[in-house]
Design a protein around this ligand. Sequence first.
Ligand SMILES: Nc1ncnc2c1ncn2[C@@H]1O[C@H](COP(=O)(O)OP(=O)(O)O)[C@@H](O)[C@H]1O
Ligand SMILES: [Mg+2]
Length: 212
Amino acid sequence: MRLVVEDLVFAHPGAPPLLDRLSLTAVMGESVAIIGPSGSGKTTLLALVGGLLRSGGGRITLVDGERELPVRGNVSWVLQTVNVLSDRSVVDNIAVGAYADGLDREAALERARAALDAVGLAGQGHRDIRTLSGGEAQRAVIARATVSDRPVLLADEPTGQLDRDTSAAVIDTLLGAASAKITLVVTHDPAVAARCSRTLTLGGGTLTAVRP
Ligand SMILES: Nc1ncnc2c1ncn2[C@@H]1O[C@H](COP(=O)(O)OP(=O)(O)O)[C@@H](O)[C@H]1O
Ligand SMILES: [Mg+2]
């Protein structure tokens, strides 16, 4: 399976052109770090790939053998602003990632509990998610994305709110799941980029490879 972005063009309404015939191909098992200055369009690019915004031109497809699938519906998200179901427990929030794959409650909770351990939230699953710190909630969101079987994982500055040690554990979890996914990670963190298969810089509306 591969994610193919071809000649993507985009401008926010009333704003100057942001993406100018941007292209990107990422294959199953690959993790691609996307870096670039603030305002260069990294978050916008993820939103377009995930189908949250409509492009002004170009194509975004998930190619699976002979089939072409829409990316939307095959994506799990780790967003910059933590988005959780605020009236549910931590473990319920993580299980949502597995429900999306059609698992029943018990199987989903089992996966969720294993993912809790992996992000250092073992024993915290029963807590009301609203009582977690920003960094803890971000780890719960990462656990939710990794329990999903959806093939594309889009992460926007996933370690932005975490200290260095927690960040290292979270990178392990996130990229540990990457071998069975196509992962795009927007990051300012060189440690995250170093763990990805390759790094691209967004600037001037297009992506350029960064030599290691
Ligand atoms: N909904 C929006 N409407 C208008 N302009 C936007 C909107 N969202 C983002 N922008 C602008 O588009 C540019 C790229 O934003 P963004 O994709 O968030 O950049 P990055 O994630 O690289 O910091 C910025 O100049 C930002 O102000
Ligand atoms: Mg951003």
